[in-house]
Design a protein around this ligand. Structure first.
Ligand code: UD1
Ligand code: CA
Length: 454
């Protein structure tokens, strides 16, 4: 038996009130459809078909390179019609799993029994119970409890509208029979559409006992129709990720105030303060502490490093026992070696900060290679850009750069050199010597301040 997944994603998503196609709206930093694709992939299907329509080219471009068989539904004539478009690419005997591009939180564990049940029964529905079923298709059961039909909200009687068991829109079905039933659909309903849900009645008429698998958690099968739903889903996902982190031993000061937009891997005894955002791939070693209001994007932070509040770290490699922040900005291409320190209001870009070196206050370090145990004084600036090209600054081990120094690159400071405060260094400063490049201080004794003319 081979498994094919069809993801319905042709709808317009009018209620998002956005120029962006609905399935491209980000949830935890990734498009809605990406979540559904990942869930589908976890089931290891023999193929994934995505039915697209509205904003089709934009949607396709966003997933270029992924193994997707795209199917165009030029006109949105209903969910049944959408599945019909994909069916020619599926063989009879296959199990078809229908997912929705706007139902992003469903987990593979919930879908596996659905696929299995479809293998036994021919048709299996994923249902759930909700406090407010308005808008959803209702699951109709006979007196023996067997599912007999799905009735859409718009077509439902008052009595049917009282039913709280709803259709999640996700189902699994044997492809041959699905084709037969889809061929029998009509548009004789309140919305004038070909309803996928009408296959239930047709299956029952064919003597098929339709399986209904109830998703234990209605949050998992929520559909995203507007920005309110999107924010609700974001909160659900946040709780899910926070729970996973805490189960893995991470201390979260407030599990409601962490955003993981990508993948976060943590060692032992990691502590994360409130309002921290992680984006892309982030790895934190043992005993790392991330202070509040910090953003970490695509970075590796090794064991024992402390990042204090309001810091931004992006595409950087931070060694063991470093100290960063508060208010530090570590930009792409930075490597901080063991025990290095970058303090407040310091910006570092494309530079190596050697082991034990310190850039503690109000500095800009760009395109620099700083050796071991270097002290960069407050307010030091690497003048790396001449208006056309970028140039490197190289500082040898054990150098001491006084406060307020301008290093006009390309320039080299030798090992153990000392640079006097306030110097503008534009030529190599030799190792082990004191170099000062500033106007000498002079005192004019007896000088009088001008006085106002009478
Ligand atoms: C559908 C179900 C309903 C269920 C609800 C759960 C039908 C008839 N109804 O209703 O029983 O309770 O989902 O959320 O199936 N789509 C297409 N092409 C189309 C129409 C829809 O690709 O022509 C896609 C949409 O992009 C969306 C999905 O199918 O991803 C569901 O469509 P939607 O219009 O949201 O269906 P509902 O009316 O919510
Ligand atoms: Ca919907």
């Amino acid at each position: 038996m081979s498994l094919r997944t069809i993801i319905l994603a042709a709808g317009q998503g009018t209620r998002m009130r956005s120029a962006l196609p609905k399935v491209l709206h980000p949830l935890a930093g990734r498009p809605l459809l990406a979540h559904v694709l990942d869930t589908a992939a976890a089931l290891e299907p023999d193929g994934v078909l995505v039915v697209h329509g509205h904003g089709g080219e934009q949607v396709k471009a966003a997933f270029a390179g992924r193994p997707i068989d795209w199917v165009l539904q030029a006109e949105q004539r209903g969910t049944g019609h959408a599945v019909q478009q994909a069916l020619p690419k599926v063989s009879a005997g296959d199990i078809v799993l229908v997912l929705c591009g706007d139902v992003p939180l469903v987990r593979p564990e919930t879908l596996r029994p659905l696929v299995e049940a479809a293998g036994h029964h021919g048709l299996a529905l994923l249902t759930t119970r909700v406090a407010n079923p308005a808008g959803y298709g209702r699951i109709i059961r006979g007196i023996d409890g067997a599912v007999t039909a799905i009735v859409e909200h718009a077509d439902a009687s008052t009595a049917q509208r009282a039913i709280d068991e709803i259709n999640t829109g996700l189902l699994a079905c044997e492809a041959g029979r699905l084709g037969t039933w889809l061929g029998q659909l009509d548009t004789d309903n309140a919305q004038g559409e070909l309803y996928l849900t009408d296959i239930v009645e047709l299956a029952v008429a064919d003597g098929v006992q339709v399986a209904a698998i109830e998703a234990p958690d209605p949050d998992e099968v929520m559909g995203i129709n507007d920005k309110l739903h999107l924010a609700t889903a974001e909160a659900v996902l946040r709780r899910r990720v926070a729970a996973e982190l805490m189960r893995a031993g991470v201390t979260l000061a407030d599990p409601e105030r962490i955003d993981v937009r990508g993948r976060l891997r943590c060692g032992r005894d990691v502590r994360i303060e409130p309002d921290v955002i992680f984006e892309g791939e982030v790895e934190l070693g043992d005993d790392v502490v991330i202070g509040p209001f910090t953003l970490v994007r695509d970075a590796r932070i090794a064991a024992g490093t402390h990042v204090q509040s309001h810091s931004v770290i992006e595409q950087a490699e931070i060694g063991e026992r470093c100290e960063i922040g508060p208010f530090a900005r570590i930009r792409p291409g930075v490597e901080m070696d063991e025990g290095a320190k970058v303090g407040n209001f310091v910006e570092i870009k494309k530079s190596v900060i050697g082991p034990g070196s310190k850039v503690n206050h109000l500095s800009y370090v760009g395109d620099a290679t700083i050796g071991a145990k270097v002290n960069v004084g407050a307010g030091t600036i690497t003048c790396n850009y001449d208006g056309a090209n970028k140039h490197r600054t190289v500082i040898g081990d054990g150098a001491f750069i006084g406060s307020g120094v301008e290093l006009v690159a390309p320039v080299e400071i030798g090992a153990g050199a000392t640079i006097g405060a306030g110097s503008t260094i534009s030529k190599a400063a030799p190792a082990g010597e004191l170099t000062v490049a500033r106007a000498r201080q002079a005192t004019i004794s007896g000088w009088k301040r001008p006085t106002k003319k009478a």
